[in-house]
Design a protein around this ligand. Structure first.
Ligand SMILES: O=C(O)[C@H](O)[C@@H](O)[C@H](O)[C@H](O)COP(=O)(O)O
Length: 245
């Protein structure tokens, strides 16, 4: 690749890498960065909001954050995205968030989930946006994850609703999607997600990933598979990647 092309490639996304030798080091640094972003929000406007993802990767970060002595009483913790299942379902992101984070000092925060009694997220989207209108916007910090299929938040490749979800000029905080069924989605193809435009307004957006496979997925998405949702989001949003083996 020529130097000019390499530069053009580089300019096409706004990803910053922070690579660590161990997961413990990564979690320490990321917890500090999230605390700083939330405290900055509190200093400026009295309250802060943190949008968090499900998945297995954030668990140690939630453990660390639950012990952080920050002003949790003035912090709202909301979901980045949700599978359209009830709180009692084993794959509920809200249940995971509450079990992993709503303890220790972080028990004092206010927690906001996405699921409503509506049959589908498309029917629920107005109600969920009304709920999220109570959450401080823009989010002071957004924690994203990455799937092996290149999805982040609930921006699944080829999902119904994906174009609206990725519209950087969109005016909705929350959007409904229906993913194509895959090994990654499992049965839960119906989704609610915060939108790319809501993520883009946040001053602190991080993507937490571990292991060589996820790193390779991200590198390939940014360089080759640029149609994948994570690459599309990174065209418009400055995202700091926290990676450890
Ligand atoms: O709603 C979901 O389907 C999950 O939350 C999902 O988006 C998850 O964040 C990624 O697939 C990464 O998952 P792991 O952290 O388990 O690898």
């Amino acid at each position: 690749m020529s130097a000019v092309m390499a530069k053009a490639h580089k300019a096409a996304h706004k990803i910053k890498w922070r690579c660590f030798e161990t997961r413990e080091q990564m979690v320490d640094e990321l917890a500090e960065a999230c605390c700083e972003a939330l405290m900055r929000g509190i200093r400026k406007r009295g309250t802060a909001s943190w949008a968090v993802s499900g998945g297995s990767t954030p668990k140690p970060l939630f453990d660390a954050m639950s012990q952080a002595e920050i002003d949790w009483e003035n912090i709202q913790v909301a979901l980045v995205d949700e599978r359209w299942v009830d709180l009692g379902h084993p794959r509920s992101n809200e249940a995971f968030m509450r079990a992993a984070l709503q303890k220790g000092h972080a028990a004092e925060a206010m927690y906001i989930g996405m699921k409503t009694p509506h049959a589908t997220p498309f029917e629920a989207v107005e109600a969920v946006n009304a709920r999220y209108a109570q959450v401080k916007q823009p989010f002071d910090s957004v924690l994203l994850g990455l799937g092996s299929d290149g999805h982040t938040a609930s921006f699944f490749p080829d999902a119904e609703g994906l174009d609206a979800a990725l519209d950087i000029n969109g005016d909705k905080t929350c959007v409904a999607l229906r993913a194509k069924r895959s090994d990654v989605t499992g049965d839960e193809v119906d989704r609610m997600s915060i939108s790319a435009s809501a993520i883009a307004k946040a001053p602190h957006v991080v993507l937490m990933i571990t292991g060589d496979e996820k790193k390779a997925v991200l590198e390939r998405a940014l360089a080759v598979d640029t149609h994948l949702p994570i690459a599309k989001l990174a065209e418009h949003v400055t995202i700091t990647v926290y990676w450890a083996p």
